[in-house]
Design a protein around this ligand. Structure first.
Ligand SMILES: Nc1nc2c(ncn2[C@@H]2O[C@H](COP(=O)(O)OP(=O)(O)OP(=O)(O)O)[C@@H](O)[C@H]2O)c(=O)[nH]1
Ligand SMILES: [Mg+2]
Length: 265
């Protein structure tokens, strides 16, 4: 890790223990701070965002140097990120070297669930740093310091469960992947558009539950495409295994493409 990556100057306010969460968040495109005469606050926010983006650029360079493909899994709490990861790791075991960064406000529950796979897993808890509802690049940079990227082909980040905040932060990943479970309703892409706009892949999860629900899968798909016409949409069930082959193939292709691109340089 070079010295710029470990600089404490930029992430300071993001990581200050006990800071009020409201002081740590900003929302892209919001300028009401200026209108309300709170230019200082906006300047601080811009400084934090610039700092985040500097760390993200460093992470991107590190991942490129080591030809590691990084996917950032984002969704509401409980959409099935960890369950999908468990099913994915079971399929990729012995085939590629996977490392995981788990983000939660509290607990190591998700990292503990992945322990049986015997892969490197770093749990980040944002609770001690103000309880952020997302992972920012400085925290990812710190987590990456504890990984040997020479031994990793695929890095999966499971972001903090939240359908808004994680999408606001570049963490140097190759692809943002949003999960939306069928139980959440068709309107969510329209009501929380940023995450669907930023993601290259949307996984509609828990499709095994469809027979029990009054939910229209075609409408979910249409709403995702309304927000992001380019988004690839896959339907999966970690419970029955439906769609998992296609998802795992997507990962294989991404890892291979990253490796080939690195070889070409
Ligand atoms: N029926 C069904 N249930 C699922 C599926 N995937 C996950 N679940 C259930 O949904 C619940 C939440 O799953 P998790 O994988 O913990 O969700 P998560 O997105 O990791 O949750 P957070 O990390 O708290 O944001 C659990 O009870 C899972 O068993 C699925 O494909 N089908
Ligand atoms: Mg989880």
């Amino acid at each position: 890790m070079d010295e710029d990556m470990s600089r404490t100057e930029s992430p300071g306010p993001l990581r200050r223990p006990g800071a009020a969460p409201s002081a740590l968040r900003w929302h892209r495109g919001h300028d009401h701070g200026v209108a309300g005469g709170r230019r200082d606050e906006v300047d601080v926010h811009r400084h934090l965002q610039d700092a985040n983006d500097r760390h993200a650029d460093r992470i991107r360079r590190l991942l490129a140097e080591h030809a590691v493909f990084a996917a950032n899994l984002m969704s509401s709490p409980g959409s099935g990120k960890t369950t999908l990861l468990e099913a994915t790791l079971a399929r990729l075991e012995g085939e590629m070297r996977v490392a995981v960064i788990e983000g939660d406000i509290e607990t190591t529950a998700d990292a503990d669930r992945l322990a049986p796979f015997g892969i490197p897993v770093v749990q980040i808890n944002t609770g001690p740093f103000g309880g952020d509802c997302h992972l920012a690049a400085p925290l990812i940079a710190s987590a990456i310091e504890s990984l040997d990227l020479h031994q990793v082909d695929l890095l999966v980040v499971e972001n903090v469960g939240n359908l808004v905040c994680p999408a606001e932060f570049d963490i140097g990943e190759d692809r943002k992947v949003v999960l939306l479970s069928v139980t959440e309703g068709e309107d969510k892409p329209l009501k929380y558009p940023l995450m669907f706009h930023e993601a290259s892949l949307a996984l509609v999860t828990k499709v095994d539950l469809l027979p029990h629900l009054d939910v229209d899968l075609a409408l979910i798909r249409a709403n995702i495409h309304k927000v992001n016409p380019e988004a690839e949409v896959l339907t999966v069930s970690a419970k029955t295994g439906e769609g998992l082959d296609t998802w795992v193939e997507w990962l294989r292709h991404a890892v291979q493409t990253k490796r080939t691109g690195a070889d070409a340089h």
